[in-house]
Design a protein around this ligand. Sequence first.
Ligand code: SF4
Length: 193
Amino acid sequence: MVAIKPAKRPVELGLRMGWYIVKNKLLGRKRFPLVTMLEPLEMCNLACIGCGRIREYRGVLDKMMPVDEALAAVHSSGAPIVSIAGGEPTIHPHIDKIIKKLVEEKYFVYCCTNALLLERMLKKIPPSKYFCWVIHMDGMEDKHDESVAREGVFRRAIDGIRMAVSQGYRVCTNTTVFRNSDVEDLRGDVPAR
Ligand code: SF4
């Protein structure tokens, strides 16, 4: 069996952030953004138990931010890191264009996803040191599937992580820890295939 080595966080990210902070301090700015939180849509293909987003934003669930508007928001913030969330970003019909343009401009882009559409997205967005998938994982299989209110999502997410890592993408995870989360479960080992 060949071990798959996950791509590491690039050194350039630390250097760019360091320089960005120093530059803003030298310019006398007391407050400046470190990360642009870009939400190009609020719609999702899941209905997780604890998600306020799909409930509180009901009135705008059909809205999709145009590519130009998304890029303009990132440019106006100027922060070197862009975290794309939602809703589920991979539902956006032009998310690949937004990500590819930002990567071309050397922003460090993190795209949060529940991984249900990951396989399709891997064909559209190439790996890059400027790009990282952030996979939603709220626990091991039973707890995660309970949290996202759908069976099989944990397995899809794990398969997606393996696929992305094997194709050279950077991948990290994002976990919501609730007041009643099972901490031991969060420490669990991912099952073998
Ligand atoms: S995947 Fe994320 S956005 Fe979608 S319902 Fe779950 S928590 Fe909300």
